[in-house]
Design a protein. Structure first.
Length: 84
């Protein structure tokens, strides 16, 4: 399942982002917020953001969101490495 978010052009025009940056920025912002709330693990949030682990960790650091590497994250990383 995927979700498409429609935002009025008038709203987008007020963002300090170019047209090519908007989708990426919104995807990263949403993934970072969901991670900070504990709704997504680090790995799933990185995937949602379209970034590798290092790139997503850098985005979290820029936003002042601490990285909490939990047992759940570790187990997910192991499963991902095994291709499960």
């Amino acid at each position: 399942m995927s979700i498409t978010l429609e935002v009025d052009e008038d709203v987008l025009a007020h963002l300090p982002l170019g047209p090519g940056e908007r989708e990426r920025h919104m995807r990263v912002e949403l993934a970072a917020r969901y991670y900070a709330r504990g709704w997504l693990t680090f790995g799933r949030a990185a995937t949602m953001a379209g970034l590798d682990h290092h790139g997503f960790a850098c985005e979290l650091a820029e936003r002042g969101i601490p990285r909490d590497y939990s047992l759940k994250d570790a187990l997910e990383d192991i499963a991902d490495a095994r291709g499960e």
